[in-house]
Ligand binder design. Structure first.
Ligand SMILES: Cc1cc2nc3c(=O)[nH]c(=O)nc-3n(C[C@H](O)[C@H](O)[C@H](O)COP(=O)(O)OP(=O)(O)OC[C@H]3O[C@@H](n4cnc5c(N)ncnc54)[C@H](O)[C@@H]3O)c2cc1C
Length: 213
């Protein structure tokens, strides 16, 4: 079931990437997602919620897929336009245990929601992207200091690890067996990271994944 919601804001956060905010009709747990469509029965797509659980609006971040059924239209929306949104769903939700939050691209969304919901204690956030502008919300996460790692494959800059996040993970010593690993983003990143950390002794039950497909 989809519910009409009024768009409040639609901003570009990087080339081809938008953060759209709209009316929040339901409460949610940080890490959950919603289905979005342009009409009650139109094609719908899933998006992780990127806003905090106590904020009065609901935001999602998306990259525009050229020729896609939804994102090119979503990118054109203006305040007061209407979209259709489901109730929040999903179990990629946060626990209080120490954990790595590992994201590629717009897979940063659920971690921004957790961060803005006050859940970043005992967490290390690792974000992989191709360009320096791929680190969406870095001005917010920078407060995590050494627990915020940006891994960039195509560019370099101050405080940036050069290379894939899997290379970063392969070069550090991993903490004890109770640590959890939340992975969110492309199938390639999630599968490669899962294989790597399992090969380094992390139990499968400690890995929680959300794949964007
Ligand atoms: C759990 C989950 C959470 C997600 N959260 C997010 C999120 O927070 N942010 C985010 O950006 N994405 C997220 N996604 C992905 C999102 O749901 C959409 O898949 C994505 O936004 C594409 O939407 P679209 O309708 O514009 O493109 P689609 O219509 O799905 O098309 C995608 C691409 O495939 C091409 N294509 C379509 N049909 C064909 C065809 N027949 N042959 C060849 N090419 C074709 C299109 O041209 C386009 O480039 C999530 C996915 C999942 C499963």
């Amino acid at each position: 079931m989809l519910y009409p919601c009024t768009v409040l804001k639609n901003e570009s956060v990087a080339p081809g990437v938008h953060l759209i905010s709209f009316e929040k009709l339901f409460t949610f747990n940080a890490g959950q997602m919603v289905s979005i469509s342009m009409s009650k029965n139109g094609p719908k797509r899933l998006y992780s919620i990127a806003s905090g659980d106590s904020e009065s609006i609901l935001s999602v971040i998306f990259d525009i897929k050229p020729g896609g059924a939804l994102t090119p239209v979503l990118a054109m929306l203006k305040p007061d336009d209407v979209i259709f949104c489901s109730k929040p769903q999903g179990s990629f939700t946060e626990s209080v245990e120490p954990a790595f939050w590992i994201a590629s691209g717009t897979g940063i969304a659920p971690f921004r929601s957790m961060f803005r919901s006050g859940l970043s204690n005992n967490k290390t956030l690792i974000h992989g992207g191709r360009f320096l502008h791929s680190f969406y919300f870095q001005n917010e996460f920078i407060i995590m200091k050494n627990n915020y790692i940006r891994c960039c494959t195509q560019e370099t800059g101050p405080g940036i690890f050069e290379g894939r996040l899997t290379r970063y993970l392969s070069e550090i010593s991993l903490p004890g067996p109770d640590f959890k690993y939340y992975l969110c983003g492309s199938a390639e990143m999630v599968v490669d990271t899962r294989d790597l950390i399992i090969s380094r002794g992390v139990p499968f039950k400690n890995i929680i994944s959300e794949i964007y497909f």
